[in-house]
Design a protein around this ligand. Structure first.
Ligand code: C2E
Ligand code: MG
Ligand code: MG
Length: 470
């Protein structure tokens, strides 16, 4: 072999080595990256997280994971078809990546799940800002023409702490925070913190204790008046459940209703509430001086709606045993229970049965979900309660859009024959504004807080004169 031939052979061998190396890299890449979005996959994320946690032990900066999940992706996917769904995920990943810093890793960890690894943040506050930015990149609609839609996500944030030695632990914490964000209706982020962890442990204990709370007669009801704004008098009361906990004292529904829902205990809690509230309302009716009929509002949970036959039986029994006329019972349902993927059909069936019993249907927290007024009309709701987040700024100099929204809601709802109740009325300014907008009913601390039955009775007999706006 001549020197020239040898050179050629060496060059060919080197070229071949390079090709093999390229191929190996591509193969490696395929195992580490998501083919649809081109983002790192879970394996690669865990690997980078491992490095980041090791580094975090030596550097004082903050490391965090943000777990992201598309709200109701199943529905969107059905509507867009799987190709359209894929395109939406690609667009989503493009938008999310656009707001991250170069050192951060965005990865796709499940069909509609993403996770962001943020390293070297200056403060914990900065994580909150990143999460807010991630969520707000989705404000702009996606799609084109008449196929436009707004995709929303929920996010759970976990900050790396000493306890997080393994990447999986941090991801698990981000996941719990994500669950919480979902439970609270989505379109939000929640931060996992030490207290959150304690609450998790607490949850199990609370769930156990809640099992016996009904038998031990530890539940209580408070009643908050609903005021007719024109008349300035009480037209109804909403029953709100509390738990006289042997160790923790009186605790509010925010601390146990979601536990009751997840564990299925809400059915027995809900039945207890219906039975006691209807008895109480019937007793007020028979009181001295014959007060005008009071409507009783009782909150239902989505879980109760998912079993139409059981719910119908419970409501029927409560009406029969208390003697309360069905027309005086209003059942409040939150918007999210109507639009939840799995249970929407059962919920509609349940509503139809309740209607047939002659009770009234009220949509609670209107404006926090996706229900349209037309849909409410179709489902034959009688009233809507405008969520207090819209009422908060009314009558202030910065009321802006909220006032327009409330005005439009009142206008449209009234045209459709729905009664409007404003929630969270806390000031005389809000009351004046609502009266000017011809809102029919109001509820809130300005009138009265939720009260024990005895205190409410005093209000019924001797109402204050300051409730009407004029
Ligand atoms: P909700 O049905 O929207 O009830 C109104 C909540 O707003 C009550 O909180 C009430 O105390 C509070 N609130 C009333 N006026 C004002 C105000 O002017 N300002 C502010 N900031 N808050 C006001 P609560 O009693 O803690 O109940 C929270 C939620 O728990 C209720 O929201 C309802 O969704 C749920 N809940 C309460 N009782 C039951 C029940 O018996 N069954 C079920 N499934 N859920 C219930
Ligand atoms: Mg309510
Ligand atoms: Mg409400």
């Amino acid at each position: 072999m001549t020197e020239d031939e040898l050179q050629l052979l060496r060059a060919a061998l080197r070229a071949r080595e390079r090709r093999i190396a390229d191929l190996e890299r591509a193969l490696h890449r395929q195992g580490m990256y998501d083919p649809l979005t081109g983002l790192p996959n879970r394996e690669l994320l865990l690997d980078r997280l491992d490095h980041a946690l090791a580094l975090a032990l030596r550097h004082p900066s903050v490391t965090a994971v943000i777990q992201i999940d598309v709200d109701r992706f199943g529905r969107l996917n059905d509507w867009l078809g799987s190709e359209g769904g894929d395109a939406a995920l690609v667009e989503l990943s493009r938008r999310l990546r656009a707001v991250l810093r170069p050192g951060d890793t965005l990865s796709r960890v499940g069909a509609d799940e993403f996770a962001v690894l943020c390293v070297q943040l200056e403060s914990e506050r900065a994580v909150h800002d990143v999460a807010t930015r991630l969520l707000s990149t989705l404000d702009e609609p996606m799609g084109t023409g008449d196929r436009q839609f707004v995709l929303t996500v929920s996010a759970g944030v976990a900050l790396a702490r000493d306890g997080h030695r393994r990447p999986g632990d941090l991801l698990a914490d981000a996941n719990s925070a994500l669950d919480r964000a979902k439970r609270r209706g989505g379109m939000r982020h929640e931060i996992f913190d030490a207290q959150m962890r304690e609450r998790l442990v607490d949850r199990l204990q609370i769930e156990n204790e809640l099992r016996t709370a009904v038998e031990r007669d530890e539940l209580r009801l408070e009643y908050q008046p609903i005021i007719g704004l024109r008349e300035g008098r009480i037209v109804g009361v909403e029953a709100l459940v509390r738990w006289q906990h042997p160790r923790l004292g009186l605790i509010g529904p925010d601390q146990f209703v979601d536990i009751a829902e997840e564990s299925g205990l809400i059915r027995s809690v809900g039945a207890w509430v219906l039975r006691h509230a209807t008895m109480q309302a019937a007793a007020w009716r028979g009181g001295d001086g014959d007060p005008p009929p009071l409507e009783l509002a009782v909150n239902l949970s989505a879980r109760q709606l998912s079993r139409p036959d059981a719910l119908e039986e419970t409501v029927k029994a409560a009406l029969r045993d208390s003697g309360l006329p069905p027309g005086l019972l209003a059942l409040e349902i939150t918007e999210s229970s109507l639009v939840d993927d799995s249970d929407a059909e059962a919920a509609e069936a349940a509503l139809a049965r309740l209607r047939r019993l002659g009770v009234r249907l009220v949509l609670d927290d209107f404006g926090t979900g996706y229900a349209s007024l037309a849909q409410l009309k179709r489902l034959r709701f009688d009233a809507i309660k405008v969520d207090r987040s819209f009422v908060a700024s009314l009558g202030r100099s910065d009321e802006g859009e909220d006032a327009l929204l409330v005005a439009a809601i009142i206008h449209m709802a009234t045209a459709l024959g729905l009664t409007v109740v404003a929630e969270g009325v806390e000031s005389p300014q809000q009351l004046r504004r609502l009266s000017a907008l011809r809102c029919a009913h109001g509820q809130g601390f300005h009138f009265a807080r939720p009260l024990a039955p005895g205190r409410l009775r005093e209000l019924l007999v001797d109402p204050p004169a300051v409730w009407s706006a004029s």
